[in-house]
Design a protein around this ligand. Structure first.
Ligand code: NCD
Ligand code: ZN
Length: 339
């Protein structure tokens, strides 16, 4: 009999679901295997009002076609008043801060990230217990952007010691090291950054479907990420950063940043933890740590996986959209037992 693994209440704490026909295509793929997901607000225009947030959540619930799936909503960071945050706090799990122009749909992000400028909003978030999720990259040399952002994380962590700060999709050893230094710093890690380096993206023929922000880094960075994920370190959570873009926007001159991993994430993570003999820590990484960090109680869901080859589809599509997943056409070692 094939080896099996049961995951309880899996969570994806960094997910892009988009809107309209793309949302219709991708939401069910996450909702069938995850109990909940933290949904990114970088729509065009970004989610910044209570009305938009509630309406978007309703569209997600409808598109998910799964009763045991909770979308945890975020607002796109801008300067918000405390009164507004009080009004909206029950509807959100956090606020996502993007440096202006650093990634897909972040043009209206923050151009100067310092405690002084952001104090009114960050103080209000801290008082109300609203976590701050950050895309931590400067606009320096692409391989150094995350490393260069470390002093910004440090000063925010020091200046707002009660504010929970989540370093999103970390890709470097420096970010891993910083986790241990501040009690209020946490991190999400994607599937792809545990598996690939820049060599896989650009070392041979260019692989547009592995291109994302932050770009995959060096072997020693991947090793540091692996160690902290495999060891069930309570400060890291799985956040896929699954970021679907239409096939023609990836396979084009001017490739959009984002790797689409939602339908294969749990299978690939299971394969990885199995390979390293750490399966007993997988549930901490994909669920328990996030439950504690965010203090949430998502709908219960049991997902069974078996060690049986699965051929990843070439693409996922509906009438209007075609999206190519990571490992399209390749065979991975673990499959979902029929849902
Ligand atoms: C994300 C997207 O496409 O929205 N892209 C990416 O490369 N990760 C945005 C983001 O999280 O940076
Ligand atoms: Zn993202």
């Amino acid at each position: 009999m094939a080896k099996t693994v049961t995951l309880n209440t899996p969570l994806d704490m960094h997910l892009h679901l988009r809107d309209a026909s793309m949302l219709e295509l991708v939401a069910p793929l996450t909702a069938q295997t995850f109990s909940g997901a933290l949904v990114m607000p970088n729509l065009v225009p970004p989610v910044t009002t209570r009305e938009d947030l509630i309406a978007y959540k309703q569209r997600i619930i409808k598109a998910s076609k799964n009763d045991a799936f909770e979308p945890y909503m975020t607002l796109f960071f801008q300067q918000y008043s405390k009164a507004f945050l009080e009004e909206v706090q029950d509807e959100i799990i956090g606020i996502k801060l993007y440096p202006a122009g650093i990634t897909t749909n972040s043009e209206t992000g923050v151009s100067s990230i310092d405690s002084q400028t952001l104090r009114p909003t960050l103080e209000a978030m801290s008082d109300l217990g609203i976590p701050l999720c950050i895309h931590g990259e400067t606009n320096g040399f692409v391989m150094d952007r995350e490393k260069e952002f470390m002093p910004i994380y440090e000063s925010l962590a020091k200046d707002f010691p009660k504010l929970k700060i989540i370093m999103e999709h970390i890709t470097t050893k420096e970010a891993v090291d910083l986790l241990a230094k501040y009690e209020n710093l946490y991190a999400t890690i994607t599937v792809q950054h545990l598996l690939i380096t820049l060599d896989d993206v650009a070392g041979g023929m260019l692989k547009p479907h592995l291109f994302c922000k932050p770009i995959a880094k060096r072997y020693e960075d991947r090793e540091a990420l692996l160690q902290v994920a495999l060891s069930a370190n309570p400060k890291v959570m799985f956040g896929s950063d699954s970021a679907p873009h239409p096939k023609h926007k990836k396979e084009s001159c001017g490739c959009a940043a984002g790797v689409f991993t939602a339908p294969i994430a749990l299978q690939v993570l299971t394969e990885l933890f199995d390979k390293h003999d750490c399966l007993e820590n997988l549930n901490a990484f994909v669920s328990e740590n996030a439950l504690k960090i965010y203090d949430i109680t998502p709908p219960k869901k049991e997902i069974v996986l078996e060690k049986k080859a699965f051929q990843v589809p070439e693409n996922y599509s509906n009438d209007t959209e075609v999206v190519v997943p990571m490992y399209a056409g390749e065979t991975i070692a673990w499959s979902l037992v029929s849902l």
